[in-house]
Design a protein around this ligand. Structure first.
Ligand SMILES: O=C(O)CCC(=O)C(=O)O
Ligand SMILES: [Fe+2]
Length: 370
């Protein structure tokens, strides 16, 4: 893929700001309209005045650096292939995006649920309800006992911010304010506050001297919205128009926000689930990033809102309901017809990303059975 990286246009920064405090405290019609426009045209925003202290963001990036500097054996002990819920560590080159191995190390965490056993895999094979396996337990390296509480505290802060942003989004799109938060109802045992599903990734991109190399291949995210913390080494790019990539420069104390497939389907393509990718750092320093995916209930389903606002999208690819359905149908290889099932969608992504996980192997075997 190294020779396939097209030219990146220089500045200006194409990512508009989302000022959380201003939009919550004194939202003007102009500011809400500008937000709707940004969701529609760019699909990436820089979140400022969000109330999460800069130390909290720096701390989660430090946690990423600490995890990946553990001994390789410590990391392998919590390898993702030892999890039936796709939680844990993966080496450089083990995760696949768009059929191509990424050039990064990964440590995946979710909301903590009771562990999933082999019996649940057999049951999933019998019923086809594979996505339920994703609601399982995390794996934590024994040598980093403080990691779990740090990460859980960060996830809680990010979930709260994500839900606040969804309320602002609904206001910007003239929808009932609880429209987007309505798919956050399921709660793991003992967590009355932690609704929906959630995924957090600690990522380390090794430096790559010489020709640019893809760290993560182009993709759109699968869920509702993503809040990304990065260190000050750049590399994230957005596909602003087909084949035209622009850098998203890092800025301390802010989050990069982007929208996933569910919001794109739900708004009939009005909110963009923009393609993005990461170019490996060309310096001698690795790059660390922490995307947090604010995901809905695993059993939530999505069909386009019946709203004249979303019937046609000026300035963007025109998506009428039929075209949106067709595009989404194609995107998911025909795996759904009437509605997009979040659980099926994210499960399919896990299988594609980690085809050597035992659950992926079991799923593949079940597809081959008559
Ligand atoms: O590392 C980044 O900056 C982005 C990673 C990403 O796009 C993802 O994990 O979905
Ligand atoms: Fe992404």
């Amino acid at each position: 893929m190294t020779d396939a990286i097209p030219h990146t246009l220089p500045k200006p920064d194409v990512v508009p700001e989302l000022d959380v405090a201003a939009l919550e405290d004194a939202p003007t019609a102009e500011a809400l309209a500008a937000l709707a426009h940004a969701c529609h045209t760019v699909g990436f925003l820089r979140v400022v005045n969000h109330g999460v202290p800069v130390e909290v963001v720096d701390d989660v990036l430090a946690a990423a650096s600490e995890v990946f500097s553990l001994d390789q054996a410590e990391k392998e002990a919590v390898h993702i292939n030892g999890s039936l819920s796709f939680r844990g560590y993966a080496r450089v080159g083990e995760e696949i995006t768009l059929g191509v191995p990424d050039f990064k190390e990964t440590f995946d965490v979710g909301l903590e649920h009771p562990p999933v056993g082999q019996d649940a895999v057999a049951a999933a094979a019998a019923t086809g309800a594979w996505a339920g396996l994703l609601a399982g337990a995390n794996q934590w390296p024994a040598a980093a006992p403080m990691l779990a509480p740090r990460i859980y505290a960060y996830m809680d802060a990010m979930r709260e911010l994500g839900l606040r942003i969804m309320t602002i989004l609904a206001a910007a799109l003239d929808l009932p304010l609880d429209t987007f938060t309505s798919v956050y109802t399921r709660r793991p045992a003992g967590r009355p506050d932690a609704a929906g599903f959630a995924l957090l990734r600690l990522l380390r991109y090794p430096p790559q001297a010489g020709a640019p190399r893809i760290g993560v291949g182009e993709h759109s995210d699968f869920g509702m919205l993503t809040l990304l913390a990065t260190d000050d080494i750049g590399g994230l790019q957005v596909e602003i128009e087909p084949g035209v990539w622009r850098d998203v420069p890092p800025r301390s104390g802010t989050f990069v926000l982007n929208f996933g497939d569910l919001l794109e389907v739900w708004t009939n393509g009005y909110i963009r689930a923009t393609n993005h990718r990461v170019i490996s750092p060309s310096s001698t320093m690795p790059r660390f990033s922490v995307p947090f995916f604010v995901e809905p209930d695993l059993d939530a389903t999505f069909t386009p809102l019946d709203s004249s606002r979303f019937a046609y999208a000026p300035g963007r690819r025109p998506l009428d309901a039929e075209a949106a359905d067709a595009a989404i149908f194609q995107k998911y290889e025909g795996r759904f017809e009437d509605a997009l099932h979040y659980g099926d969608h994210i499960f399919a992504a896990c299988v594609r990303s980690f085809p050597t996980n035992p659950v992926s192997i079991a799923w593949l075997a079940a597809q081959r059975e008559p």
